[in-house]
Design a protein around this ligand. Structure first.
Ligand SMILES: Cc1cc2nc3c(=O)[nH]c(=O)nc-3n(C[C@H](O)[C@H](O)[C@H](O)COP(=O)(O)OP(=O)(O)OC[C@H]3O[C@@H](n4cnc5c(N)ncnc54)[C@H](O)[C@@H]3O)c2cc1C
Length: 375
């Protein structure tokens, strides 16, 4: 007998399942995908889109098309809660969707609860990635008017990439901007000394100011206040303050980890509810807190795909074993990158080309045909 499988969020961890929806449907199952937008933007190429290196069409998946052409049902909505006893999802549209098996890939969001934001306009969080499109337009309007003051907040990889790529966007549009990166305690504190040195040099060489040793406390219109009393005026601010899992887990009474993510075991399955699965940034992996990187979301794809099939039809569940070392490449926005894997660290054009190759290949694997020709 066919069952109802529901995917909540069409993110990176679900992309293999979404590409293979037909394999669930041909076995007689009904498949529904719920996502607030018909598109999903690939974060790895988000900073490059901000720079104009990639068109928006090149970095997004047409989730709705992917689902509907494979015989699934797509609902453009956000899941706001669930009743795990009755197995019903609640949507912001007011609809209720029953499920027999459900998988969450609701990603993460930039937490703003530590910062006072007082009517500050032109402030963009770097997630969801689509915000960067709007930020680009606002920066463009400021380039035309005068020399824009662009403030980036966050000393992690996203802050670095966004800074370098915002710089490129201004330059490509014949503008001159003033760039300040508020890096918090310090730039890339969790990275090897060499990576930090290369990143710092890249920004310094372009005249980008790096502020360390203080944290953002408050944003007012065109003015950022740090906790050491310093103030920085800005025209556009981009916030890359790290991420926190999103999804209605805790408030729905589901077991969660210390970061509020959906608690899952090595089968990517809720220990309390075997019909609930999850992957990507929204989960708290039992036993070890995983870095919030797309690398893990992508690696969880085949496990989720297999285990959801098992949850519907029976069989043996597979185990996700997180790799402790992975390749990281930062896109610095000047057609150069920094590559880091184990002891190998270098910067330059080759690093960017490797990232560009990997990212484009990933997109080619999952984009539906005709996507690049869309407006
Ligand atoms: C600027 C930037 C650059 C990055 N670059 C890299 C990189 O190069 N390599 C790397 O490994 N990692 C990178 N990361 C980290 C990476 O973005 C995340 O780890 C990755 O996006 C996680 O994928 P995900 O599918 O879990 O979440 P997301 O990509 O956030 O996707 C979640 C999806 O769920 C949907 N959704 C959310 N809430 C709901 C809801 N309530 N109901 C229904 N749907 C919902 C969203 O609309 C979205 O489509 C970067 C992050 C940033 C911010």
């Amino acid at each position: 007998m066919g069952k109802h499988l529901v995917f909540v969020g069409g993110g990176h961890a679900h992309i293999t399942c979404l590409k293979n929806i037909r394999s669930f449907v041909t076995k007689g199952h009904r498949v529904t995908v719920i996502n607030p937008s018909p598109y999903h933007y690939y974060s790895g190429m988000g900073p490059g889109m901000l720079a104009g290196t990639y068109r928006p069409q090149e970095i997004r998946f047409h989730i709705r098309k992917m689902v509907q052409t494979a015989g699934g049902e797509f609902q453009e909505a956000r899941v706001t809660g669930l009743d795990q006893k009755r197995r019903i999802l609640f949507l912001d549209s007011g609809a209720e969707v029953p499920y027999e098996v459900v998988s969450f890939n609701t990603g993460s969001a930039v937490p703003l609860d530590q910062i006072e934001t007082k009517d500050a306009g032109n402030v963009f969080t770097v997630k969801p990635i689509v915000n960067l499109l709007e930020a680009r337009q606002v920066i463009l309007n400021h380039i035309k008017a005068r020399r824009p003051r662009i403030l980036i907040v966050g000393g992690g990889p996203a802050g670095l990439e966004i800074t370098g790529n915002a710089w490129r966007f201004v330059r490509e549009n014949k503008g001159v901007g003033r760039f300040t990166l508020l890096a918090g305690r310090e730039l890339l504190p969790e990275f090897p000394q060499k990576v930090r040195r290369l990143a710092r040099r890249s920004l310094n060489d372009r005249g980008i100011e790096i502020v360390e040793g203080a944290r953002l406390r408050k944003l007012e219109p065109n003015l950022a206040h740090l906790d050491d009393g310093h103030e920085y005026p800005f025209d556009v601010a981009l916030l890359a303050l790290g991420v926190r899992p999103s999804g209605p887990f805790r408030e729905s009474g589901l077991p969660t980890g210390s970061d509020g993510g959906l608690l899952v075991n090595a089968n990517l399955q809720s220990p309390a509810h075997p019909e609930i699965f999850g992957g990507g940034d929204c989960i708290s992996f039992q036993g070890s807190l995983l870095d919030k990187v797309g690398v893990y979301a992508v690696r969880q794809n085949p496990i989720l795909y297999h285990n959801l099939m098992v949850a519907l039809d029976g069989g043996e569940l597979s185990t996700f074993v997180p790799q402790d070392v992975y390749l990281l490449i930062f896109n610095l926005g000047d057609r150069r990158g920094i590559l880091w894997r184990r002891k190998l660290i270098f910067d330059g054009r080759l690093a960017f080309l490797i990232k560009d190759h990997i990212d484009r290949k990933f997109m080619r694997t999952f984009q539906v045909s005709g996507e690049l020709d869309e407006p």
